[in-house]
Design a protein. Structure first.
Length: 215
């Protein structure tokens, strides 16, 4: 079944505990969007927030590092109990395999992320190494953007290559996910979908998560 990772970037930061407990009860994964204002044109939040989320999180935490030096933060994420961490190929480049190995050594699942303008083939060398791949279906940096439908072809191509190599690898998607596109996203091969405004902008966030999951 498709899993849903509500992004706390869209949560109510005045009442963040309430929204984290909602994800614990109704969601599958807590998605943490960490931005540095350099790799992406925005700043989100850092460990002052993650430290507090970790105190009450029972759902797995998935950190998406949109930063230029992701390796600086791997140890801290591990200490906070984060289970999944993705970093951008655009930031890692030739260090991608080394960063995957470092995350594994710390006990985290390692993910490699790419923006919509990066050829999906850049991920192929890491099939069988990374635990998951994050396909951005908007340009990383801001919530509430419109879904880029060409992302479906990118997911399908990656899914086919994983199958061709006889490997395992979860495909995660992030950006513009809503009730109108979630089923086509799932059909393309996505196993974990990040949703922000589609969850926290809904009148009933719990019902929105259930509907997105298809339950």
């Amino acid at each position: 079944m498709l899993q849903i990772a509500p992004s706390i970037l869209a949560a109510d930061f005045l009442h963040l505990e309430k929204d984290i407990r909602l994800i614990n009860d109704c969601g599958d994964v807590i998605h943490l969007d960490v931005m540095d204002g350099t790799l992406v044109p925005n700043i989100s939040f850092g460990f002052s927030v993650i430290d507090q989320v970790a105190k009450i999180a029972t759902a797995p935490m998935d950190a998406h590092l949109m930063v230029v030096h992701p390796e600086r933060w791997f140890d801290k994420l591990a200490k906070d109990g984060v289970q999944m961490c993705s970093f951008h190929w655009e930031a890692a480049g030739r260090n991608t395999s080394r960063y995957i190995e470092r995350l594994h050594a710390l006990g985290l699942k390692a993910g490699v992320a790419i923006n919509p303008d990066v050829p999906v083939s850049k991920l192929y060398p890491y099939i069988g190494k990374a635990d998951y791949f994050l396909i951005m279906s908007v340009f990383a940096g801001f919530g509430g953007q419109k879904f880029i439908y060409e992302s479906l072809d990118r997911v399908a191509a990656l899914k086919a290559e994983i199958g061709r190599k006889g490997a395992q690898g979860l495909i995660e998607i992030d950006g513009g996910i809503n009730q109108g596109n979630i089923r086509t996203v799932e059909e393309a091969g996505v196993g974990l979908a990040v949703a922000g405004s589609a969850v926290f902008g809904a009148a009933d966030p719990a019902a929105a998560i259930s509907a997105l999951r298809g339950a």
